[in-house]
Structures are given as structure tokens and as C-alpha cells.
Design a protein. Sequence first.
Length: 304
Amino acid sequence: QTPGVLETQGSLDLAEIMHDFYDDSDSNDTDSNDTFVDYDAAPCHNPFCPLFQRVAPPFLAATCAAAALATGALLVALAKRPQAWRWPQSRALVAQLALGTALFAALLPALAAGIGRGWHLGTGPCRLTHLLWHWSLFAQALLVASGSCGTAWARWDPRSRRLAVALWAVALLLATPAALVSGVVSGTSCVRRSVDILAPAHLLHLTLCLCLLLLLPAGLLLAALAVPRLRASWAAGAGLSWLFLGLWAPYGAGLAGEFLLQARLLEPTCGTFERFDLALGLSEGLGVLHCGLGPLALLLAWRC
């Protein structure tokens, strides 16, 4: 029992709210048999939820609009001057990255509406949303990694087409645990984690997120510093596609910290959760920006 934190039955864990764009902070799961921390009970008072509900819908709407414009401009550039795209920013790789950002951005309006008005579409669409969300993220991470480590995307030939099918299929498989652990709380909140923090499915999902969003960027950075050929591809512009990994790496670190706090491997206190909520929310917001900034960076790199 953490000093100063009141444990109550039937209250919604704030951790389900702080890292999601899908839930309603006023929901109460009265049917739950689990014990959660009531962060609004004295002496703990966390101002993150009201701030989140005010800021998240307009932020997601603005990001979606920016992503639509940037991705549209990138696709026009790909269609009008296909011969101008050369390795490492090859046409095949850039087109798939644009597809990934478009898929991600297409989910933002529904998420913004779910925050402002509650999620009323049921468990199936909730899990499908999480599946597509993570499919897009994991596919883009694998595409950036494959584009940084070789010349597979230099030409769109049978070899690169097989690689594309394999990467998207693997990304979909890796995203499946995200759908299994998500769910609807109280009929109006679509949350990323509706299972126990130590549930096998959640541990698998967390491990995959940490590998692709945190360990993969670190490994690629070390490899690029150690291998001259990879550094040469950076000089040619491949490093700009790493903007995706750079924007999502803080969120990967935040997920690791969240697990340590929720599993009580680190001592949780009121102050810890108040600061951590804001840090994790900002890191996820930073990652969401990739769907607007990524296509813009690729387009500017091509123009330069």
C-alpha cells in the first residue's frame, strides 16, 4: 500500500487513460473485481485527465489535417516524377511509408470523436482500431529499418515485392496482441489495456513495442556508427526516414517506465504518477506527429 494513495474498488485506473487517445476519464467500471488506484482521491489529485480531454481532440484533428496535406503532396510528387526518386529515398520505400502514415492518420478522426463523445462502437471496432494503429506503426518501423540496412528498395522488382509482402504480413502478426489486450470499459471507453499488467498477452505486446520502438532505433544507431556503408547512406539522405523512429522512441521508453510503476517494481507515489502521466502523454503526442512530419520531411529531402 503506497503511502498517501487510496485504494478503492470499482474505480478506473488512470494508467488506462494517460497513454490512450481512446477513453473517457469519467467512466467507472463498477463490474470490475480488480483493485485500482484512485488518483483523484485526497491527497492525490492529478490534473492530467481534464487537460487531456481539452487538448487531445483538437490536437488529433489538426494532426490529421496536416497528415492529409503532407501525404497527398508526397503521393503527387511520387506520381509526377517517379524517376527522380533514387536510393536511399527510393520510390518503393517512400510509397509504403506514405501508405503507413495514411493508415495511421485515417484513424485519428474516430479517436478524436471517441475522446469528446465517448466510444459507442463496441468492442470489435475498438480492437480493430488498435490493430490497425499498431500495424501501421510496426510496418513503418520495419520499413525504415530495412531501408537503412541495405539496397532492397533500390528497385521495385520481384525481390523487393516479396520483401514488402513479408514486412507488412509480419507487422500485422506483431500487432495482433494489441487487439487482444484492448477493450471497452463501461461501454464508452476504448482503452489500450483491458487486462492485468502481468497478463501474458500484455507482456508480449509490451515486449514487441519495446523491441520495435526503443531497441530497434538504438541498434540501428549503433550499427550506423560502426559500419561505414550505413553512414554513407545517412549522408545520402536515409537518416531523414529515421524521423519516425526518433519521434516514437520516447514513447517506447515511457511504456517501459509505465510497466515498472504499474508492476510496482518502482515505488509509486502521487508525485511520481502526476509527473509521469504528463511525460507519457507528451511522448505519445510526439509520436503521433510522425504522420504529418514524416511525409513532409521526405518531400523536403526530395526537393533539396
